[in-house]
Ligand binder design. Structure first.
Ligand SMILES: [Zn+2]
Length: 88
């Protein structure tokens, strides 16, 4: 699992856009087949790419996180975000 850190200092774990889209599709297919009560528990909202952003600031300005940065958040719940490294 790859970790990235946002400009605001929040660490998340990185998925590629394709991985996120696969997850979204899987969730939405499941979601669409749920009774109203269950959908309500999930905020009555289908998943989308806009949810794969920094949980703290809502933006998506990431760089790979260093070992120290990861160590600081060890044991916390972290959310997935889309981050694709530019291969030069
Ligand atoms: Zn942030």
């Amino acid at each position: 699992m790859k970790h990235v850190i946002c400009k605001c200092g929040w660490v998340s774990f990185a998925l590629t856009k394709q991985e996120a889209e696969t997850e979204i599709q899987r969730f939405n297919t499941w979601f669409d087949n749920q009774p109203y009560k269950t959908r309500e528990m999930y905020g009555n909202r289908r998943s989308s790419l806009s949810e794969y952003l920094c949980l703290r600031c809502g933006k998506g300005d990431f760089k790979p996180a260093s070992q120290e940065e990861i160590a600081k958040i060890w044991g916390c719940t972290i959310n997935p975000v889309v981050y694709e490294e530019v291969v030069e």
